[in-house]
Design a protein around this ligand. Structure first.
Ligand SMILES: *[C@@H]1O[C@H](CO)[C@@H](O)[C@H](O)[C@H]1NC(C)=O
Length: 151
């Protein structure tokens, strides 16, 4: 009986976990040089949101699908530029924490901040990206699984 419950729980967890990661992700898609509302503070009123599933593959990355959103903040010659879109490469956040972004300082007075996320639709809106729903689900699943097995 206990094993049955545990098995159901495991199947349910695997389902929920794989669904939540395979689910379609939508990302804001804009660049501040053509729409100033793309900058921070972000104003989504005129910015389109793109279903990353509808995007094609990249020529130089065959078979790689966009599974994340990204936000790039660039300072070039003292001027900020923002780019938001679906992302093909990298991992969400820094070591899984979406509050953190990759920072790069280049030559010629260029500063770049690169944020990626996949926790929810439109997660590339905020100044700092927050929350990781997938991690939350995995932890909840593991917790309930362990709990059920003990019963
Ligand atoms: C756009 O921004 C408003 C205000 O912050 C928010 O309530 C709304 O949910 C956003 N729209 C989408 C599609 O996320």
């Amino acid at each position: 009986m206990a094993l049955h419950t545990a098995q159901y729980a495991l199947v349910l967890c695997v389902l929920v976990c794989s669904l939540s990661t395979a689910m379609a992700l939508k990302c804001w898609d804009c660049r501040s040089d053509s729409d100033p509302k793309c900058a921070d503070p972000f104003d989504n009123s005129t910015v389109p949101i793109t279903d990353c599933r509808t995007l094609g593959n990249l020529e130089h990355l065959p078979g790689v699908r966009p599974t994340m959103c990204r936000k790039i903040r660039q300072k070039v010659n003292g001027e900020w530029r923002y780019f938001r879109s679906c992302a093909y490469m990298g991992e969400p956040g820094i070591q899984g924490d979406e509050r953190f972004c990759l920072m790069r300082t280049g030559t010629y007075n260029i500063f770049m901040e690169y944020c990626t996320c996949n926790s929810k639709d439109g997660c590339n809106s905020a100044g700092s990206l927050k929350g990781n729903i997938v991690l939350g689900i995995v932890v909840t699943c593991l917790w309930s699984f362990v709990h059920l097995v003990r019963l």
